[in-house]
Design a protein around this ligand. Structure first.
Ligand SMILES: NC(=O)c1ccc[n+]([C@@H]2O[C@H](COP(=O)([O-])OP(=O)(O)OC[C@H]3O[C@@H](n4cnc5c(N)ncnc54)[C@H](O)[C@@H]3O)[C@@H](O)[C@H]2O)c1
Length: 250
């Protein structure tokens, strides 16, 4: 039995993970942490990691970037592997994950879906051949409750383009008030918010007289939840270090 603590247990993704785990005989949520501390299930929900009394095999975090350092410190103190899915982590937070990874296995991905991680591989494969003649534009669309923009996934896609191209890329977030000439080294990143869209990401390669579009559409949040459970099962078998979906999708 894999005992799990959920950070951000009462959020949209926390509820998804809770439901998916209830469908698994070999996994169980033993406690949750959420600033709201509202009791929604038969396990305790604490308002702070400091209050956790249960032991767990793994912590899954879908919360808020401000909550990540606290839960990661708890994981280090209790030698518990952690899956960090929360997005918009700043440099200090990434550094905290690096330090934690010296002591515990740390799995992090701004997108836990199998399909998006396959899209990243596709981007890595086709971008170098298009670098000279094609502009890259990334468009992401999400529900109107999403707090951060652009999405962590849009930035992952831009970072993947940057990783496999020779030139230093400029990330251009929207073009309001921009009147400069467009550079081949610009990557436009655009966010659309509305309704209940779980997440659509398109990478456009715009060349002379031809366009390639690679699109991933999420139809439900289960894709992120199932990916996080795969990550949790993977990470409990690893040595301390940093891991991502690249390590799972070999
Ligand atoms: N990596 C992925 O595949 C993936 C997929 C979906 C969402 N996300 C990210 O996961 C995070 C949560 O997404 P969501 O849609 O569930 O958001 P949400 O707003 O519905 O849920 C967040 C939960 O975290 C709680 N919270 C806020 N601050 C906290 C704190 N300091 N301590 C403890 N709990 C705190 C909130 O009360 C809320 O219940 C976001 O960063 C989102 O971008 C990642």
């Amino acid at each position: 039995m894999l005992n799990v603590i959920l950070n951000g247990a009462n959020g949209r993704m926390g509820r998804v993970i809770n439901r998916l785990i209830s469908e698994h005989d070999d996994m169980k949520v033993v406690a949750g942490v959420d600033i709201s501390a509202q009791q929604l299930d038969d396990y305790p929900i604490y308002s702070s990691p400091a209050d956790i009394r249960e032991d767990a095999d793994v912590v899954i975090d879908f919360s808020h970037f401000s909550a990540v350092p606290g839960i990661v410190s708890w994981c280090v103190e209790h030698k518990t592997p952690v899956v960090v899915a929360t997005t918009a982590l700043d440099d200090a937070c990434q550094e905290a994950l690096n330090t934690a990874a010296e002591v515990i296995p740390v799995f992090q991905s701004a997108n836990m879906s199998l399909g998006v991680n396959a899209l990243l591989k596709a981007v890595a494969a086709i971008t170098p051949a298009l670098e000279e003649n094609f502009n890259v534009e990334i468009i992401e669309k999400h529900h109107n409750k999403k707090l951060d923009s652009p999405s962590g996934t849009a930035v992952m896609l831009a970072d993947k383009v940057q990783e496999v191209t020779k030139a230093d890329k400029n990330y251009i977030y929207g073009r309001h008030s921009k009147h400069d000439e467009f550079s081949m080294d610009d990557i436009g990143i655009h966010a659309v918010r509305g309704g209940t869209i779980p997440g659509i990401h398109t990478v456009m390669y715009c060349g002379p007289d031809e366009v390639i579009e690679l699109t991933h559409t999420a139809f439900s949040r289960d894709i992120f939840g199932n990916g996080a459970l795969t990550a949790a099962k993977f990470i409990v078998q690893q040595q301390p270090g940093r891991y991502s979906m690249d390590d799972v999708l070999k």
